[in-house]
Design a binder for this molecule. Sequence first.
Ligand SMILES: NC(=O)c1ccc[n+]([C@@H]2O[C@H](COP(=O)([O-])OP(=O)(O)OC[C@H]3O[C@@H](n4cnc5c(N)ncnc54)[C@H](O)[C@@H]3O)[C@@H](O)[C@H]2O)c1
Length: 341
Amino acid sequence: MALRTLSSVPARAGGALPAVATAASSSARSVSSSAPRQTEAEHDQHRVRVAPNTAASNGSHKVEHKTAAAGGHSKRTLPSFSMDGKVCVVTGAGRGLGNEMARTLVQSGANELVVLDLVEEQAAAAAKEIEESFVSQGLAPPGEITAVGIGCDVANEESVKAAFQRIKDLFGRVDALVTAAGIVHNYTAEEYPTEKIRQLMDINVMGTWFCALEASKLMPNGGSIILIGSMSGSIVNIPQPQTPYNFSKSAVRHMGRSLAVEWAKRDIRVNVISPGYMCTALTKAVLATNPILDSAWHSAIPVGRMGDPADLGGAVVYLASDASRYTTGSEIVIDGGYTAV
Ligand SMILES: NC(=O)c1ccc[n+]([C@@H]2O[C@H](COP(=O)([O-])OP(=O)(O)OC[C@H]3O[C@@H](n4cnc5c(N)ncnc54)[C@H](O)[C@@H]3O)[C@@H](O)[C@H]2O)c1
């Protein structure tokens, strides 16, 4: 049985979501179809004014770290959930949801981890911090965990190839890949600069593609690839406009299904995790200055709260481990019931 298995204690937060400046809006996701039609002027009163900028964090947000693993759980845990002996790579793991998922894989027994992110120093610092947090809490002896940070622009094919060559040199193979690197902008369709759409597609779609492809080459005996989509790949968020983000995540969802079929005979499983609104450092900051957006989001989530990044942990471990060996081409939506409405 693995020394470390996922316990249900929340670990670490961080992340990004829309930067939206609201005028006045009481709209949540569902609008009654029996409501009388509004005039354009009436409608304008409720229109959301959007600051056209990138919602990805610039890294200046300080994240409060809760206890990283809060103790192992050793009593009869299904062995197939253990990540013991598996080499894991997580893109966008310098912060936010990717960082949380990387930590969770270690918490569940992985000793070899690659934190892949845009800036090498930040990736290395995040990897070191993960290693040290397990040692300092007495959850792993010094030297047991090898976490390595690698700088890589997932949108650049050559950069991705070079990063995976380094992973091959270091560990020889990849057993599990999580593709969390991604960005979101908020512009209306009419105001969206084309080069920004291309940038978003290059990161969210092509970045996912390049990483999945390179990781698959290091999976001669099979492996698990987990693409991070979003509920935005199947529904339209309101009030913030983000059409290209939404269609980029639709592409990721279908990429997952298509690769799953193509690679099934190679024993490489490909699945998608689609989070809803997750409460990360950046979303907290965005909502603190947008009380209307705050109430619009919260009133549309059946469970009445945004997700904690740790709420993704069980699905990540399930899909990355042998517990899900017959699961491929699937999507796990983790959204507090948002898309069920
Ligand atoms: N936060 C949410 O509520 C939410 C909801 C649904 C889906 N998602 C998805 O989850 C993923 C992570 O989101 P987050 O909220 O943690 O965002 P974040 O901005 O906190 O983290 C994203 C990470 O990706 C990295 N990154 C960005 N561009 C990159 C590039 N070109 N190459 C390599 N790394 C790059 C960033 O440096 C950062 O570390 C994204 O794909 C996002 O679309 C987030």
